[in-house]
Structures are given as structure tokens and as C-alpha cells.
Unconditional design. Structure first.
Length: 213
């Protein structure tokens, strides 16, 4: 397949590039369609010509031209969860209580926020935003929030195992502040966590400052 250069154009303050991609259809067939993506640079200043933004288009098209993106990764996240992850993994591998939790948080909190996001288009920021919104808007306990995070993480790990998704999991793994359960260490116990040499230094300083002039 010949390398695509795309058709570059601008509209208003934005630059775009049109090119062709193999997209998975609802019936399971793969169809080559024309798509349009926004470039990561605005129109204006030194970026007023197609030539000036060509490097940005080449960077966006690179994974398509290298063939590292497969058509399965264009599947909607909601479709993958509903048709693959929940029935083929959750139902067959998890305990009854965990299955119910996963289904509940998916139907009530994650699926309504997933929209048209594809496996390929999902980014760390999307997961963080979803969990932050859920924590702020829904009255969920820490356990349910952890199930939300676990379901998202499990979804993409399974997609990678099955070849639907080719991105390294390290590039998208997220940590939401809403799901953290860190205990604060009281001030008076901090010295107990120090290395022996530092504890001796702190002790010496304490004696120096507490000694009478």
C-alpha cells in the first residue's frame, strides 16, 4: 500500500488533514473510508501554509503508514465492553458479586460517559475525567470507584491481549485521585520513616535547638 500524504486544509483557526483508514463496521466487515483529523497546530503566524504544517500531518499519519494500527481498534469502547469484555471475560472469570458491581458501574456511570470513543481514540485524560466526574456527581463509595477504574483498566488489557489494540498499556494507565486511598502520616511519626542516618541527624539537631544558650 502506497504511503499516504493526506489532503491538508484549514478552516478558521484550525488545520486538518483528510486521509483513508480501514474502519471496522457494525456488521464486522472492514471498510476503507475517508476520515478527517485535526492537526495539533493552529492556523496563523508561521503556520499559514500547507508546507509549514506538513511535518504535523506526517507525524499524525505515521502510524497509519507503518501499518501499526489495525481496523479492530476503531471499534467503539462501548461495543467492545458490551460484546466482548463483559460476556467473554467478566462473566466467565469473576465472582458473582464482582460481576454485578462491574455491570452496575458500567451501565450507570461509565457507558453514558463513553460516547463515541473508540479503542484507538481513548486516552489517559478520558479515563481521569470520567472518574473525576463520577466521584463528583455520583454518590459512590471507594469500592465502587475502584471497580470503575478496574473495569476500564481490564477492558484495555483484554483488548490488547486479543489484538484489538496495539498500544502499550504503560502509555495509558491512569491513576485517579478519586480512587486513591492514601493514609496521611501524622507529623509526629515522620521521623520513624527516615533512614537511620537521617534519624540520628534529626535527633542531633533536636538536642542542639533544645539546649539552653
Amino acid at each position: 500500500m502506497s504511503e499516504q500524504k493526506g489532503y491538508i486544509f484549514h478552516s478558521g483557526k484550525c488545520w486538518y488533514v483528510r486521509f483513508y483508514d480501514d474502519v471496522l463496521q457494525p456488521d464486522g466487515k472492514v471498510k476503507r473510508v475517508q476520515v478527517c483529523k485535526k492537526l495539533s497546530v493552529e492556523y496563523g503566524g508561521e503556520y499559514r501554509t500547507k508546507r509549514s504544517v506538513q511535518p504535523f500531518a506526517q507525524e499524525l499519519l505515521a502510524p497509519f503508514n507503518r501499518g501499526v494500527l489495525n481496523p479492530q481498534s476503531t471499534m467503539l469502547v462501548s461495543e467492545f465492553v458490551g460484546r466482548v469484555y463483559l460476556p467473554e471475560y467478566v462473566e466467565k472469570n469473576l465472582r458473582a458479586a464482582t460481576k454485578k458491581q462491574y455491570k452496575d458501574v458500567w451501565q450507570n456511570h461509565l457507558k453514558p460517559r463513553m460516547g463515541k470513543l473508540t479503542l484507538r481514540g481513548f486516552r489517559t485524560v478520558h479515563g481521569e475525567q470520567m472518574l473525576t466526574q463520577i466521584a463528583a456527581q455520583a454518590k459512590l463509595g471507594r469500592s465502587s470507584l475502584r471497580h470503575c477504574k478496574a473495569l476500564l483498566s481490564g477492558t484495555f488489557k483484554q483488548a490488547k491481549r486479543l489484538g484489538f489494540w496495539t498500544v502499550s498499556t504503560r502509555s495509558w494507565t491512569f491513576r485517579s485521585r478519586a480512587c486513591r486511598n492514601r493514609k496521611r502520616i501524622p507529623t509526629h511519626t515522620v521521623s520513624l520513616k527516615l533512614k537511620p542516618c537521617l534519624r540520628r541527624s534529626v535527633s542531633l539537631l533536636g538536642r542542639l535547638y533544645s539546649a539552653p544558650p
